[in-house]
Write a protein that binds this ligand. Structure first.
Ligand SMILES: [Zn+2]
Ligand SMILES: [Zn+2]
Length: 179
């Protein structure tokens, strides 16, 4: 499928088209992180000015993403309300294919949705549970660990790559304490 414009049908005052195309025009290849989840919708104003076709309007699509923090799959509507492109029209009776432009504008909009939600808590770095769905003992251990080392700079501990190791080491003790 494709979005094809027939310039000879556009009246001097311009025209408006709306519609949807199956999501397979996105053609995302083999990636499993991002997959289309519905048709691409478009609502476009067309104007023919001398030898240029001017197209502006809105393009949207529902897309399924994989959250970069918690690896959950989620569906978002991706949208560009300020879609604009211009294409030379040498021959008024030749069709203009806008499929590539619509595909690109949707793909460019992907970058805005790396996580399922702003407050996504991600996966526990120690035991791997999804912290949005369940809690694990590791967080409590971390806090215990921090209060024990309260004289240290927390940020340094967090980014230093030693956090996981230290928490793991303190694991057996803490478990004993709980029993
Ligand atoms: Zn998430
Ligand atoms: Zn955990």
């Amino acid at each position: 499928m494709a979005v094809i414009i027939e310039p000879w049908r556009i009246p001097p005052e311009g025209s408006h088209i709306e519609g949807e195309e199956p999501c397979d025009i996105l053609d995302l290849g083999d990636t499993k992180e991002i997959t289309p989840s519905g048709p691409i919708r478009y609502s476009l104003d067309l104007n023919l000015v001398t030898h240029e076709l001017l197209v502006r309007g809105a393009v949207s699509a529902k897309v399924r993403f994989t959250c970069s923090r918690c690896a959950d799959r989620f569906v978002r509507s991706v949208k560009d309300d300020a879609f604009f492109c211009e294409r030379p029209v040498e021959n008024l009776h030749a069709t203009v294919d806008l499929t590539d432009e619509l595909r690109e504008t949707i793909i460019l909009a992907f970058a805005n949705f790396p996580v399922c939600r702003e407050t996504c808590r991600g996966l526990c770095p120690v035991c791997g549970v999804n912290l949005n769905k369940e809690s694990c003992g590791c967080k409590a251990l971390e806090e215990e660990h921090w209060s024990a080392f309260s004289g240290l700079d927390r940020i340094e501990v967090k980014n230093g790559g030693t956090q996981t190791e230290k928490v793991k080491k303190s694991n057996p003790d803490a478990q004993k304490k709980r029993k």
